[in-house]
Structures are given as structure tokens and as C-alpha cells.
Design a protein around this ligand. Structure first.
Ligand SMILES: [Zn+2]
Length: 270
């Protein structure tokens, strides 16, 4: 199936720019363009941006660019970023790219209808990384999941009818760990970042995890507490993508549900 092959080639380009690409190389990334259009790209004296078909989102496009030969550099083809009509300026061949995706894999495309984008970071408190802002060590980010949401976080945080992770779980429309698809999902919206423990699935306290008692630099999660356990859909998705929780995240989830039933304000804590 062409979508799979196209995705692989685009992924390769994102990781490694292509030096001295042939017209045939570009054609594989530009199935929406005629051979003459591609030939014409080699006559440009400036960097040329090219909109290519999206992988997941209707009306989005992937952007690659061709740099002409310069003093220290041969002709180079690179992946740039993603764009979306109504959000980003249009690039050459935008209409052709959108039409091609629609005509060839339109049934797999989703409409841009979500309210918010959540960037979910799974962090390992037993594997610390050190930096200027956290010289004592902060949990390492071991997986990032982009989730598109049907509800806004500020609305969910005012809704006390159900535990927060339940509201969050229900609002998830689609998730991805794929960087190219994540870019399409995020594009045009500022994502809210949520941090969860990769050991046990709990939300963090500023300097330790209340679910597994692993500690780290004080203050790192001061303003970043998720105030909920990892919602089940996200836990399952993390597992499907190869993450191993050392402690079943259902335990953290149960603790939150129990706290909610007992009506504690900080019900997600110990
Ligand atoms: Zn933990």
C-alpha cells in the first residue's frame, strides 16, 4: 500500500537529509506532482518549499524543502515541518498535496475537530537526567504521546462530577507516538503537557512519586503536577508501544478512584 511506503520514506528524510537527490527520489515524496514540476525544482536558485500529502489529518500537509547547491553544500533535500490550511501559510503545491491524500487514503484521514492537544510525557523516576535547572536530577522522559482531546483542560479541571483521569480518558480522540503524525495533530495548537510516572503510572509530587516513592530533584514538578493517575487509554497505548510499567498503573488509578469516592480534595495523592 502506497501510504506505508510514503510514510517510511518521509520518516527517513526526517531523520537524515538527502544529499544530491535525484528527480526519482523527489518523485517518491511527491506523488502529487508531475515529473515536469519536479524537474523544474532543480532550476531554482533559492530554497524551495514543497507541500506533501498528510498522513493522518485532513487538510494538513508535510513540508519538505530543497536547498540548491551552495559553496560548502551540495543540493540537499530536508524534511521541514507540517502545516495545516487555516493555521499555516500556504506552501507551493498545498492544494495538490491535500487532494492527493484525500483521493488515495482519505478513509484513514481524520477531521480537525478537536478542542485541545495534550502532550503526555512518561517519565522514569529511577533513571535521572541532570541539567542546569535540575542539578540534583529529574526523571528521564522515556515516551511522549500526543493525544487529541474533545474537551479543554480548563473545563475538565472545573468538572468535579467524576475523577479527573476519567474525564481525561473519555476526552481522548486519538493518540500517537509517531513524530510525523504527532506534528500533524499538534499543528496550530499549543499542547498542554502532562507528566506521569513511568514506573507506576501515578502523577508526581514536586520531588517524589506518591505511587512508588522514588524521589528526585525538589521542585521539578512544582507547576507540572498532573493531579491525576495515568488514564487507562494512555496506559494501554504506552504498553502497546513498548513501555513496561514496573508496577501496574491500575494501582495508582484505583487509589485515585478510592480517594474520589472518599471526597478528598487531593484525592490523587497518597
Ligand atoms: Zn511512580
Amino acid at each position: 500500500m502506497y501510504l506505508k511506503k510514503y510514510t517510511e520514506i518521509l520518516k527517513r528524510l526526517r531523520n537524515d537529509p538527502m544529499i544530491n537527490p535525484s528527480a526519482g527520489d523527489i518523485a517518491k515524496l511527491c506523488p502529487h506532482l508531475a515529473a515536469e514540476e519536479i524537474e523544474r525544482m532543480f532550476n531554482q536558485s533559492d530554497t524551495m518549499f514543497i507541500a506533501c500529502p498528510s498522513l493522518k489529518v485532513r487538510g494538513a500537509f508535510q513540508i519538505i524543502y530543497l536547498e540548491p547547491a551552495a559553496k560548502n553544500q551540495p543540493v540537499t533535500l530536508r524534511w521541514g515541518h507540517t502545516g495545516k490550511i487555516n493555521y499555516a501559510p500556504e506552501y507551493p503545491y498545498t492544494a495538490e498535496a491535500i487532494k492527493f491524500a484525500e483521493d488515495n487514503w482519505g478513509k484513514y484521514l481524520i477531521d480537525d475537530s478537536w478542542s485541545e492537544v495534550a502532550e503526555v510525557r512518561i517519565m522514569d523516576p529511577t533513571d535521572l537526567v541532570y541539567g542546569e535547572l535540575y542539578p540534583g536530577g529529574a526523571p528521564k522522559n522515556v515516551m511522549t504521546i500526543i493525544a487529541i482531546m474533545s474537551q479543554r483542560s480548563e473545563v475538565m479541571s472545573r468538572d468535579h462530577s467524576r475523577p479527573r483521569n476519567k474525564l481525561f480518558d473519555e476526552a481522548i480522540i486519538e493518540m500517537s507516538t509517531d513524530p510525523l503524525i504527532s506534528e500533524e495533530l499538534k499543528d496550530g495548537r499549543h499542547p498542554y503537557t502532562y507528566y506521569f510516572c513511568g514506573f507506576c503510572g501515578s502523577g508526581f509530587e514536586p520531588s517524589y512519586c506518591p505511587g512508588c516513592d522514588n524521589g528526585f530533584e525538589g521542585g521539578y514538578f512544582e507547576d507540572r503536577a498532573s493531579r491525576m493517575a495515568l488514564p487507562p487509554k494512555l496506559a494501554e497505548f504506552a504498553r502497546q508501544n513498548g513501555h513496561v510499567f514496573k508496577k501496574d498503573p491500575k494501582i495508582a488509578l484505583e487509589k485515585e478512584l478510592k480517594g474520589f469516592r472518599e471526597n478528598k480534595y487531593y484525592y490523587w495523592r497518597k
